[in-house]
Design a protein around this ligand. Structure first.
Ligand SMILES: NC(=O)c1ccc[n+]([C@@H]2O[C@H](COP(=O)([O-])OP(=O)(O)OC[C@H]3O[C@@H](n4cnc5c(N)ncnc54)[C@H](O)[C@@H]3O)[C@@H](O)[C@H]2O)c1
Length: 440
């Protein structure tokens, strides 16, 4: 089938590449000329395991094309996916300017029937606004004879496992009232659900809200565990034991039950905020989500405060080794990463850093800067002469380090672990002073 995907970021590029991998003809569109030029030359704008080879294979096979001009794809495609960013506006609501700009562009340039599929995460009611924006442009052109459909198809992929998630999704959500359109989308997705996982066809508004509900639920689990971890710290209980104890309950399950530095990234923070704002617009107060957000924000600053507390409130002149900068492992995405706030808080108090991240250092540099932060290629080098280690992202290689080597490099054997990677009893035995989250 012929597909155009507008927006070639995490979601758009993965979507385009995976559709092409299944034999579809795909145009990936982006307004960022440099990004498109790089993609043409096989240079990817993001790190995502497995993506590069799929992009290269399909690009050289002629099934995946890159362009800055939506028209290149529009004349040919039945489906036009919108996968542009929806960052938070000043009040926390989703900023729809990019989505609506694409809708207007489609209205200005379409010459035949298209199915506009919204993959960006957007508030309930956005499909109507997209429909109107297209209609306004068609009216302006005197082309109200042209027909189109607007569908909601939210994306649930996780960065770091995006290809796997897209290729084998737990479910596909399609919001449409049009039976034929629903069937066509099902046909497009059929190769991805050969495992029998469902394609749910539902109302457009339900589909739009389902995406927010999913992210809000996962964020809630994380904040719930972080809140509980504080009680554990006061009461002598161990949040890891509790996680095993409740996660093994089939009604609860294990995922997203880790206490730590809270959620970050491009989705949970903005989607929780947006859902709070949408509720407000409908005259409701999202009380659970407000608490979820507050706990999450506090969690990273509590960590920085605990570091300061250990040093009697004074970290001026101290140097910290930092292991991990990205908001989670297997990605170079630094958006809303706890490392940013933690480093800034301690840097403001006069500390400096030697930081390592396996993938995200270049991106981190552009956000955190290099004032008082040295970026080192080897994670053991970060420890040399440092007052303590701050473990901020749970990359696999940090799980089983050489403890003796760590001790010989650090000034004192002191670790602040924001991701509960090590066993407190073992660390004590090894002679470390070890701080973690919610464990005795
Ligand atoms: N990143 C994730 O893990 C993830 C997962 C599920 C859903 N989402 C949602 O998907 C959407 C996209 O997220 P992302 O992380 O891929 O964003 P991104 O910032 O990585 O990519 C968006 C791309 O859209 C391009 N763009 C903006 N305006 C455009 C226009 N008018 N025409 C063409 N291209 C344009 C930008 O240049 C950019 O390359 C968001 O709504 C997000 O909430 C993201």
């Amino acid at each position: 089938m012929k597909v155009t995907v507008v927006g070639s970021g995490y979601v758009g590029l993965v979507t385009g590449a995976c559709f092409a991998e299944m034999g579809n003809d795909v145009y990936c569109v982006d307004i960022d000329r440099k990004k498109i030029e790089n993609l043409e030359n096989g240079i990817l704008p993001i790190y995502e395991p497995g993506l590069e080879e799929i992009v290269k294979r399909n690009h050289s096979g002629g099934r995946l094309r890159f362009t800055t001009e939506i028209k290149d794809g529009l004349d040919d495609s039945l489906f036009v996916f919108i996968a542009v960013g929806t960052p938070p506006d000043e009040d926390g609501s989703a900023d729809l300017q990019h989505v609506l700009a694409v809708a207007r562009d489609i209205g200005r340039k379409m010459e035949k029937y298209v199915i506009i599929v919204n993959k960006s995460t957007v508030p309930v009611g956005t499909a109507d606004r997209v429909r109107e924006a297209v209609r306004e442009e068609l009216t302006r052109r005197g082309r109200n004879d042209l027909e189109y459909d607007v569908v909601s198809n939210p994306e649930f992929l996780k960065e770091g496992a995006a290809i796997e998630d897209f290729m084998r999704p737990d479910r596909i959500i399609v919001g449409t009232d049009n039976v034929r359109t629903g069937e066509l989308i099902k046909e497009l997705y059929a190769p991805f659900v050969r495992n029998g996982h469902p394609v749910f066809i539902m109302g457009v508004r339900s589909a739009e809200l389902t995406k927010y509900a999913a992210n809000a639920m996962l964020a809630t689990r994380i904040s719930f565990m972080n809140e509980l971890s504080r009680l554990c710290e006061k009461s002598g209980a161990d949040i890891e034991s509790i996680r095993e104890g409740i996660g093994s309950d089939s009604r609860i399950g294990m995922p997203f039950l880790y206490a730590g530095l809270g959620y970050g990234g491009s989705c949970f923070p903005k989607d929780v905020k947006a859902l709070i704002q949408t509720s407000k617009e409908f005259g409701l107060e999202a009380r659970v989500l407000k608490a979820v957000e507050e706990i999450n924000r506090e969690q990273r600053f509590r960590f920085a405060e605990n570091v300061k507390k250990h040093f009697g409130g004074e970290v001026k002149g101290r140097t910290f080794a930092v292991w991990g900068l990205s908001f989670k492992p297997q990605t170079d995405d630094m958006r809303e990463a706890p490392a940013i706030d933690i480093i800034n808080a301690l840097r403001d108090a006069g500390a400096s850093f030697r930081a390592h991240d396996p993938i995200a250092m270049e991106v981190a540099k552009s956000i955190i800067g290099d004032e008082s932060v040295e970026y080192v290629d080897n994670y053991y080098d970060a420890l040399e002469g440092a007052d303590a280690l701050l473990l901020l992202t749970e990359w696999n290689q940090f799980r089983k380090p050489d403890y003796e080597r760590m001790k010989s490099l650090l000034k004192k054997p002191l670790i602040f672990d924001g991701r509960n990677q090590y066993e407190p009893a073992k660390m004590k035995e090894l002679g470390f002073t070890y701080y973690c989250i919610g464990r005795p």
